[in-house]
Each structure stands twice: as C-alpha cells, then as structure tokens.
Design a protein around this ligand. Structure first.
Ligand SMILES: [Zn+2]
Length: 240
C-alpha cells in the first residue's frame, strides 16, 4: 500500500508529523469558519435581516464551501453540524442538506475571489427590489458596494436561472438585490459580507424614507460624485 520505507530512518516519521500538522490545521480552519458561518447567520436573524430560517450564509475554506443547512433554526446549529460542499456542490461534510440557495452561493465563488456570501430577505431592501432596477444614489455608501446597486431579474428561488441573473447584477459590484426576493453580498471575510448587507439594507431604508415625504423627491448623487468617493476610498489610509 505504502511506498514509503519502514526502516525508521526518520525522514518518513518527519513527513508523517508534518502531514498530521497540516491535516490538523485544515480541520481547525474548517471548525473556525463554521463557527463564523453560524455566528453570522444568527446575527442576520438577531438584527432583523431575516425572519426564521429565510436567509443563508456561506464561507469558503480552500476547496470547501461551508454553508448553512436548509430549514434548521440558526440557534439550533452547533459545532457538530458542519455542512460543507465542494465548488461543484457535492456534499463533503455533514448530514444536514445544504441550503436550497446553494447555486447562488456557488455562482459567487466560481466567479469572484469571495471568501464569504450572505443572502437575506431584509425588508427594506426587498421592498426596493420590487420598485426599481437600480437603487437610486441617495448616499455615497453605494461606493462600498462597488457602485449603484442593481436589481437582478426575478427567477424561482434555488434555481441556476436565479444564480445567472444574480451574476449579471453583480458585475463590478459586491452586492445586489434579487427582485421580489432579497439581497446578496459577498466579501473577503464573513464580517465584510455581513456589513455590506447591513449597509445595503440601510441605504434602501434611507431611500424609502426620503421618497415617502409627500410633495418632495430626494436629491440624488451623480455617477461622477460617486466615482469621486470610490477614488477617495481606494486611497484611504495611503500617503497623499
Ligand atoms: Zn432567499
């Protein structure tokens, strides 16, 4: 079975120890990421971005995508409930079925350098998704999502069609709305993906608040003004 020598030369033992450490580190990374996925999912519920189990969260660790399971309340998820798939969607870890929105999460990982994805049905963002093809530029926070946030065309939840529509809306953006459905954001960490969802929901709430004043319509930023913000953000923390 093994082509390694068994004479106890030391080289084999050293290699085995190294392999064992690497396997242990990989397991630690998975456990830590799962803890983060569950904590972030609980946060979306605690902060009112989802009701019940109606959103989902994922994180990528190497070739694995850890994702919240379908239909299990987040407060019932523990360290032993890890659900992981490969980027093709084949289940690698866990007994519970992955979220039905798995195609949407996998599409983001296949087409970006995302390390985390958050999907919610946040109420103000979802309301705005029924009204406009693009969130009006009421605030420069749009720059944090890469520009004016688009609304992806409607398709049935859990389908590849919805994932494809989402990819179109995410071009050069880190978040979008899904028409009559909710939000998707991604980031290089779970916190970043979560914060982008919170910013998007806040911005949608702001627009709804401003447009609801009778007899007035909100002033909007121009693309040039938003580009200026994006340039400023890029230079943030750098000399000059
Ligand atoms: Zn959904």
């Amino acid at each position: 079975m093994s082509d390694r020598d068994e004479d106890g030369s030391g080289a084999t033992a050293a290699q085995d120890t190294q392999d064992a450490h690497a396997a242990h580190d990989a397991q630690d990374a998975v456990e830590q990421a799962w803890h983060g996925v569950v904590a972030t999912a609980r946060r979306t519920a605690a902060e009112g971005l989802v009701v019940g189990t109606s959103g989902n969260v994922s994180a990528r660790v190497g070739d694995l995508v850890l994702v919240t399971p379908s239909g299990v309340p987040y407060d019932r998820l523990g360290p032993g409930d890890t659900v992981a798939v490969d980027v093709e969607g084949r289940q690698v870890l866990g007994e519970l079925a992955p979220t039905s929105e798995l195609p949407l999460h996998l599409a983001v990982y296949r087409n970006s350098d995302a390390a985390a994805v958050v999907h919610t049905h946040a109420v103000h963002a979802t309301a705005v998704s029924t009204l406009v093809p693009e969130v009006p530029l009421v605030h420069y926070a749009a720059a944090m999502l890469g520009g004016p946030v688009r609304t992806a065309a409607y398709a049935l939840y859990g389908t590849q069609e919805l994932a494809d529509n989402m990819l179109g809306a995410l071009r050069e953006r880190t978040g979008c709305l899904l028409r009559n459905h909710g939000t998707v954001t991604y980031g290089s960490t779970l916190d970043e993906a979560y914060d982008r969802t919170a910013q998007l929901e806040w911005m949608c709430r702001l627009w709804l608040t401003a447009v609801s004043v009778p007899g007035h319509s909100p002033s909007l930023l121009t693309r040039a003004q938003l580009d200026e913000v994006q340039d400023a953000l890029k230079g943030y923390g750098q000399p000059g």
